[in-house]
Ligand binder design. Sequence first.
Ligand code: ATP
Ligand code: MG
Ligand code: MG
Ligand code: MG
Length: 472
Amino acid sequence: MRSTEIRQTFFDFFTERGHRPVPSSPLIPADPTLLLANAGMNQFKPYFLNEAEPEFQRAVSVQKCARTSDIENVGRTTRHATFFEMLGNFSFGDYFKPEAISWAWQLFTEGYGLDPDRLWITVYVDDDESEDIWRSIGVRPDRIQRLGMADNYWSMGVPGPCGPSSELCYDRGPAFGSEGGPAADDERYVELWNLVFMQSIRGEGPAKTGYPILGQLPSKNIDTGLGLDRLAAILQDVTTVCQTDLLAPTLETVQGLAGRRFPGHDGSEESVSFQVVTEHARSIAFLIADGVLPSNEGRGYILRRLMRRSIRHARLLGVTDPVLPAVTASVVANLGPAWPELPAQAALIEQVVSAEEETFGRTLRQGTRLLDAAIGRARGAGSATLPGETAFELHDTYGFPVDMTVEAARAAGLSVDEERFRTLLEEQQRRAKTHGRGRTAAALARLDAYREISAKSGLTEFVGYDATEADS
Ligand code: ATP
Ligand code: MG
Ligand code: MG
Ligand code: MG
């Protein structure tokens, strides 16, 4: 089943059951406490908190999500992307566990035709009620596992709504890992769909290990999230999200640039690089289309980091030509029909990535000079370690990825004080967090400038970037 049909089947199933189709919110959320949209429920938060009255009690959506926290997983697991589409159905004080559970099962087994023998269910350790419902619709008891707070309990804010969750996982077979259900192996038993039963109010305490429940919400709500990429991988019988029809044409483009085939998801560094370049291309295109521009803090830094990681991994694959314009163009061509903002902003995407790739090429050369000098100094002083400060300066000023510094130092027989580097980085990220959340006037002005240039000049040479970078 193609991704277009997967989306449509989801919409049809839930609209037939009285759900209002709601468009995805932009990746830049209205919610000022959130850097980027990371779940379908984000745009409905005011309804769950009873801060606003919804016009409808049931909704269905396909939400654009970004999760930079998964960046290091890309290409290392088969199932994590930094951008993905989340299919979701929602109840605002309307239906609750019985409907949410039985509909999920029905859609999976009938709508998508998934083999019930391959499905596994997780429920929260104390949630007898959910387990009873799963059993009552015919799920085998030995396919239901109880997990703790870290996996099967959801919350948002303190004090804020919370509740147990239940997840549907798919057994991909022994080639993907060891037996024992989702509790034992999350690559073999891949998590597809999370059903959250929002019913209580949480108090102060550690998120993963426990906090007091202060009371019950006035209404019980449903919030679900089904990863389109993961479901597509199963229904299209491919190993990684990069091989689904959502990303396959982009993987094809990367293979063309590299002049060789993707070796498959085999754990090699080459395999990781293919997947990083492919996967990041989509995040980059969507972030720019939604108005994020590269900078050194907040969202702009996330975008910059994705672009630089892509370029770096393309270099590791031996690509010396520009990579970002070609890979993002393939994303626009492939996903444009589903997401019109991509073709609408194609010129802007092209200009931003071209400018960034050119700037990065320059800083790579400057950074290399600084690095060589630092290596020379360390050697001259008889030291075996490059200071964390050097790695940080290379990262901060020249956008030099730290793994590149580590590699170059290693080639010269030196190690890097990575602990010191991380400390400096954390301090800087804390600063970015407190300053980078709102969209600043400067960032908005820069966006307008880009759009204006883009509208005027089409795809001609882009000159505005360096001039406006200083205020980022
Ligand atoms: P995992 O445990 O595999 O990291 P999760 O528990 O963090 O997933 P949820 O927060 O429950 O994921 O999100 C709901 C659904 O969104 C998941 O069940 C999955 O299908 C999908 N999803 C989550 N993170 C990603 C990601 N990084 N890339 C692709 N799909 C994802
Ligand atoms: Mg996760
Ligand atoms: Mg999980
Ligand atoms: Mg989950």
